[in-house]
Design a protein around this ligand. Structure first.
Ligand SMILES: Nc1ncnc2c1ncn2[C@@H]1O[C@H](COP(=O)(O)OP(=O)(O)OP(=O)(O)O)[C@@H](O)[C@H]1O
Ligand SMILES: Cc1ncsc1CCO
Length: 510
């Protein structure tokens, strides 16, 4: 598995050979479930001896590999290591997470079962990649020692770990009749406390037609996501309520943000990154790209003064492999034939998490016109065109797209917002857009569960900092503004994170 931080946890199959119908086999049930859309498989064999477990594990791995789905082994690190599985799932009575991590390292997934807030908080602190929250309901697969959590219990646990960068799935008694109730009710409206998926045992493994059941679960999961977004529709609370937490996450994680950026803005961008509590490194030598990606929180690819394009791609690919968000700033993207071709190479050869450009750059990428003079956008962009461009690009490249300008537009392909903050003087200093990209990368690094949120808060931070900077007495023009902007980035993040909540002027479009 290339990238364990980008695993799709939505339909998680947990096996139990004792539940396989008499006319079927475990491997057959798993294969059918994979054909039906299962996104992750956990092999759970509580009674099996080590040798047969490894043999079975190898066969299951062949199936999951064929369907490009990760394989997790329940409890047994030795088996996981022997078959080079993608990770392990540990219960509260199994090997402690800290010890398991020492053995497996950071390239493997470790999931932890949690039944209450304390267990969840501990697992988060110790660096669990995902939490299995349960049991939600009474279940035939395990005799429960504790009361089941119910939907509200799941929600309570998720709220207690608000801001957690990993993933959460619910488990226990989930079937086609209660899945939607759990997905929608388990998540807090307008919040990052959302379930990423459902871990299902008997409803799939004991089914007469696992493929059909999985297809039904997949459409329930899609419907649930839609109705969760629906719930956010008339509100911008989803963004605002998380501003201070998102800022705190950056300050706590102090993520390293690797920039390959242009040599006009390099110093300003490094200072801006430091000002919000992250740690910049502006390296361009290909020899260390892989090693940097290993410790990196996020990566900025900025096309301002293009030099070694192959190294930029190599670095983006390495960051993709380690699951780090990659933020592309297609500076001057539409201005020359050469730049247009480079943007295409970046998109084709690496996966972008967020694309942030000005009107000329984004419209050019979306083939909707877009006029530039060098790195500057020309002309006004009407709202309808802007919204179509960011939405279409986000859908096409499965990423977040932000178009900056007097009004900024941000979309994940489903939700689109406008940001009305920012002082026009930003357009009078070089690299203010590049600075936005750097700050978005800092937020993305530390707020991985919602990159739309991270992008919105990154842009808001720079824009509101610009408004506060312009209110300072000593600011008399672009030169003094430039220093004051860095000061205000620092002040907002270190002293008054509530400034975002107070001054944000954002609009939900559709
Ligand atoms: N007229 C304006 N009023 C308010 N804010 C603005 C205005 N123009 C730009 N901004 C803000 O300035 C920042 C940079 O946006 P812009 O689109 O100018 O970037 P850019 O062209 O990519 O910049 P650069 O290439 O110099 O880095 C954004 O945060 C945007 O919201
Ligand atoms: C002026 C300029 N030229 C290339 S990059 C850059 C900085 C703003 O994008």
């Amino acid at each position: 598995m290339a990238n364990h931080k980008c695993v799709d946890y939505s339909l998680y199959l947990v096996t139990d050979s004792s539940l396989v119908p008499s006319n079927a086999t475990l491997l057959g049930q798993i294969e059918k479930a994979l054909l039906g859309g299962v996104t992750l498989v956990q092999l759970r064999e509580k009674e099996m001896d080590t040798g047969p477990f490894i043999e079975l594990g190898k066969k299951v791995k062949a199936l999951t590999q064929k369907h490009q789905v990760p394989l997790i082994i329940n409890d047994r690190l030795d088996v996981a290591l022997a078959i080079d599985a993608d990770g392990v799932h540990i219960g509260q009575d199994d090997m402690p997470l800290v010890e398991a991590r020492k053995i497996l390292g950071h390239d493997k997934i470790i999931g932890v079962s949690c039944n209450n807030e304390e267990e969840a908080k501990k697992a988060v602190e110790e660096g669990a990649d995902y939490l299995g929250i349960g049991a939600v309901w009474f279940t035939s697969t395990k005799s429960l020692k504790k009361q089941p959590l119910g939907v509200s219990g799941v929600r309570r646990i998720l709220e207690s770990i608000d801001g957690y960068n990993g993933y959460s799935v619910a488990i226990g008694g989930i079937n086609l009749n209660n899945a939607k109730e759990l997905m929608v009710g388990g998540s807090t409206k307008g919040s990052t406390c959302t379930l990423n998926g459902l871990a299902i045992v008997s409803a799939i493994i004991g089914a007469s037609d696992p493929k059909d059941v999985c297809e039904k679960f997949t459409s329930i999961l899609k419907e649930s996501t839609k109705s969760l977004h629906q719930a956010d529709r008339n509100t911008v609370d989803a963004i605002l309520t998380h501003c201070s937490k998102a800022i705190k996450n950056v300050m706590t994680a102090t993520p390293m943000v690797h920039h390959i950026t242009n040599n006009v803005v390099i110093n300003d961008n490094a200072n801006a990154t430091l000002a919000v509590g992250a740690s910049p490194i502006m390296s361009t030598n290909r020899v260390e790209m892989e090693e940097l990606a290993k410790m990196n929180g996020a990566m900025v690819l900025n096309m301002g003064t293009l030099n070694d394009i192959d190294t930029m791609i190599l670095a983006a690919q390495a960051n993709n492999r380690y699951g780090n968000p990659v933020v592309l700033d297609p500076v001057g993207g539409g201005a020359t034939t050469f730049r247009k071709a480079v943007v295409q190479r970046f998109i084709n050869e690496a996966r972008m998490t967020i694309i942030k450009g000005n009107g000329g750059e984004i419209l050019s990428m979306a083939n909707r016109g877009g006029r530039s003079r060098g790195v500057d956008s020309l002309g006004n962009v009407d709202e309808q065109t802007a919204v179509l461009a960011v939405k279409e690009l986000a859908q096409k490249h499965q990423c977040i797209v932000a178009m900056t300008g007097p009004i900024d537009y941000v979309s994940d392909g489903v939700r689109t917002y406008a940001i009305h903050n920012g002082d026009p003087i930003l357009a009078c200093i070089t690299g203010s857009g590049c600075m936005v990209t750097s700050i978005v990368a800092c937020f993305a690094a530390a707020n991985r569960s919602d990159y739309l949120l991270a992008t919105m808060i990154g842009i808001l931070t720079v824009n509101i900092a610009s408004e506060l900077a312009m209110q300072r007495q000593e600011v008399r023009g672009p030169g003094t503004f430039r220093s004051a902007l860095i000061d205000e980035l620092y002040n907002i993040t270190h002293k008054s994170p509530d400034a975002l909540l107070q001054f944000a002027n954002i609009r939900y479009i559709s």
